[in-house]
Design a protein around this ligand. Structure first.
Ligand SMILES: NC(=O)c1ccc[n+]([C@@H]2O[C@H](COP(=O)([O-])OP(=O)(O)OC[C@H]3O[C@@H](n4cnc5c(N)ncnc54)[C@H](OP(=O)(O)O)[C@@H]3O)[C@@H](O)[C@H]2O)c1
Length: 225
């Protein structure tokens, strides 16, 4: 059985990722910050749930011990939106720091802790759930300061670690899930989580070492940096 770990899996895209990985025969480890939420409704002996804030090194070390000695796929999914400030004068820097910590730094922390387990896979894969809002080329409308900057930083962290990880047979996929109807995406979003995750898992299956560091939409469309 392939083994996967999904962060922020109690609702939204993370929860749907857990469901589809179980359907595909994975053993799934799912983390949640405070409330197990939708994970409690899944009845599968291949699902293990763990409480961990992605900023909490000690909790994450416990998760890695529970996963065991091998991990095939890591989904860095947990993320937050920002203050949607109307103007630069209104930006709250405490919120900026929190968004950068959760969206940009924490996926690197989780990946660092998972490396020994991913190495044991023989061909480990890491999925970074990024966003088109990371794209500097696509930033015509501006605003969403902290969210955009956090995902751009996540993309750069990922590309910067690519060479080292490819030497360890670990491939990195940076993916924009689309504008998806979740708590974050809101009710007007045109893409359903089930379709977004199906696409992301197709991208995961086709992912090779040579593709490591690519930035694509869930459909496979390459995105501008
Ligand atoms: N929906 C979209 O349109 C869209 C578009 C582009 C990218 N994305 C990205 O897709 C990912 C999933 O988003 P979503 O739409 O599913 O959002 P969501 O419904 O708001 O879910 C976010 C998840 O992340 C978890 N999380 C947040 N901060 C955390 C922390 N410090 N530690 C652990 N878990 C934490 C949340 O846990 P709690 O329940 O405890 O808050 C929740 O489970 C995010 O990285 C987001 O940036 C989404």
């Amino acid at each position: 059985m392939p083994v996967a770990l999904v962060t922020g899996a109690n609702r939204g895209l993370g929860l749907e990722t857990v469901r589809q990985l179980l359907e595909r025969g994975y053993d799934v480890h799912a983390t949640y910050r405070t409330d197990a939420g939708g994970l409690e409704l899944i009845d599968s002996d291949r699902l293990s749930t763990h409480q961990a804030d992605v900023r909490d090194m000690t909790a994450l070390q416990g998760v890695m011990r529970a996963v065991g000695d091998r991990l095939d796929v890591l989904f860095n999914n947990a993320g937050v939106s920002d203050g949607r400030w109307a103007s630069i004068e209104e930006v709250d820097f405490d919120v900026v720091s929190e968004v950068l910590e959760i969206n940009a730094i924490s996926p690197v922390r989780v990946t660092q802790l998972a490396l020994p387990l991913l190495q044991k896979s023989g061909f480990g894969k890491v999925v970074m759930i990024s966003s088109l809002m990371a794209s500097i080329d696509d930033c015509a409308s501006g605003k969403s300061y902290a969210y955009r900057a956090s995902k751009t930083a996540l993309n750069m962290f990922t590309v910067a670690m690519k060479n080292e990880l490819v030497e360890q047979n670990i491939s990195l996929l940076i993916v924009h899930p689309g504008w998806v109807e979740t708590d974050m995406g809101g009710p007007r979003a045109p893409v359903q989580a089930v379709d977004s995750v199906r696409g992301i898992l197709e991208r995961l299956e086709e992912q090779t070492l040579a593709m490591s560091g690519r930035f694509v939409e869930y459909t496979g469309r390459p995105l501008p940096w």
